[in-house]
Design a protein around this ligand. Structure first.
Ligand SMILES: Nc1nc2c(ncn2[C@@H]2O[C@H](COP(=O)(O)OP(=O)(O)OP(=O)(O)O)[C@@H](O)[C@H]2O)c(=O)[nH]1
Length: 397
């Protein structure tokens, strides 16, 4: 079977690309505060390029130790360095990182022993060992990726596919070589190995390109979370909830649909801090955030806008009564908040709620009225909700 691909050209192209990407990763390593994953991935590219060059030199020079054993050592090291980079990128606790590094070094030592033991009597078998080792490393890398980040789907999925296909390819190579070694004979072995090699080269180059893409997407996500989220509760911060709320306001106006704004403030929160300490106070704030998330829907917009003050912007279905939702929230807070981390406390909140009407020109108008309603709720004794446009519906908590 003619693959139609000139292998030496493809090999040289891939070596050149890996050297270039490796240099880029090394540069990024220095630019980005020496994040170790970039150095490890740069070294992985170098190991792949070096191993490929040495293996290719087999045709030109008669130095089997260098073009065989050393080349295979580099080619096995390359996926291991990719995995070590992923491990470091995942920001695991230091103890687990150290444990993994030791396990990786141990596995590499065993690998070197195996290729060393098989190289002289059966050089082809040592290539099978490299393939098997790479397949194992790729399987672990697929698992590691699934744990890394759940928010950024695409680049992680691309890498997972690359690793999976690469793992399967390497496993097939190991199987083909073993079957042939055991004397069963594989028809067209050379062509088969050549096809596997071509795909191996393409996949390795693809991985080198996808790794920085994945790293940047994750960093971008982390930065965005820092800029948009309240670090204590994970809810939107003031800026984001106002921005998203304003968007929902415009959408509701344009679509002539209903929208409500709720402003919620915990009652006597200072007393909780004073009595139980700040860390329990923080726990209470996290509890309220979780309660809001659980009680509200996915398309509702919720944020923490001050110490113990929260805002929710609720797009409503036709005819939906938002006062029920508001009272349900207050009920959930006082019911489930009676015990936090084993401490009995009478947690409650006050709420001001407002329904969008034609007089509101912006979200700010609604917030202003919701704030006044909240103030009224506090003045009327707290633990209640006030709705200026719905005064016939008393707040029941
Ligand atoms: N634990 C914790 N406390 C905070 C945080 N931000 C603000 N606070 C505290 O929240 C308390 C707010 O107190 P006040 O504004 O007097 O409000 P309050 O005690 O809830 O009284 P009312 O709102 O009138 O019912 C202060 O003690 C702040 O120190 C935070 O992030 N964590």
């Amino acid at each position: 079977m003619n693959t139609g691909i000139h292998l030496p050209t493809l090999l040289m192209l891939s070596v050149a690309l890996n050297v270039l990407i490796g240099a880029l990763l090394w540069w990024i390593y220095h630019l980005r505060g020496q994040q170790p994953c970039f150095r490890l991935w740069a070294l992985a590219c170098a190991a792949f390029a070096g191993g490929s060059l040495l293996a290719a030199a087999r045709e030109l020079v008669d130095a089997p130790f260098v073009t065989g054993f050393v080349a295979l050592a580099f080619l096995g090291l390359s996926p291991l360095l990719v995995l070590m980079g992923l491990q470091s990128f995942a920001r695991l606790p230091l103890r687990r990182q150290r444990l993994f590094r030791r396990a990786a070094l141990g596995a590499f030592a065993v690998y070197l022993l195996l290729i060393g033991a098989t190289f002289l009597p059966a050089p082809t078998l040592s290539r099978g060992v490299t393939a098997l080792f790479s397949a194992l490393v790729f399987s672990i890398a697929v698992y590691r990726l699934s744990v890394i980040a759940t928010q950024i789907q695409l680049p992680v999925r691309v890498l997972q596919v690359l690793f999976t296909v690469h793992g399967i390819l390497m496993m097939s190579q190991a199987l083909v070589i073993t079957v042939d070694f055991l004397g069963s004979g594989v028809p067209g072995l050379d062509t088969l190995l050549r096809v596997i090699l071509i795909n191996h080269i393409l996949l390795a180059t693809g991985t080198a390109l996808a790794l920085p893409l994945m790293a940047f997407s994750v960093s971008e996500n982390r930065l965005r979370a820092l800029a948009e989220r309240d670090s204590l509760t994970g809810l939107y911060n003031r800026r984001s909830v106002l921005r998203e709320g304003a968007r929902a306001f415009s959408k509701a106006r344009a679509g002539n649909s209903a929208l409500a704004v709720l402003m919620l403030d915990l009652d006597h929160f200072k007393r909780i801090n004073d009595q139980w300490g700040h860390s329990i106070g923080d726990e209470v704030l996290r509890f309220v955030a979780r309660t809001l998330e659980d009680e509200l829907r996915d398309n509702d917009i919720v944020g923490r806008v001050g110490g113990e003050e929260f805002i929710a912007v609720l797009p409503l279905a036709p005819g939906e009564d938002f006062t029920h939702i508001a009272n349900r929230l207050l009920g959930a807070i006082s019911r489930h908040g009676s015990e936090i981390r084993g401490r009995h406390m009478a947690l409650s909140a006050s709420l001001g709620g407002i329904l969008m009407s034609p007089k509101h020109r912006s979200l700010a108008d609604m917030l202003q009225e919701a704030d006044i309603a909240l103030y009224t709720a506090k003045n009327k004794g707290r633990n209640r909700a006030e709705f200026p446009e719905n005064t016939e519906q008393p707040a029941v908590v």
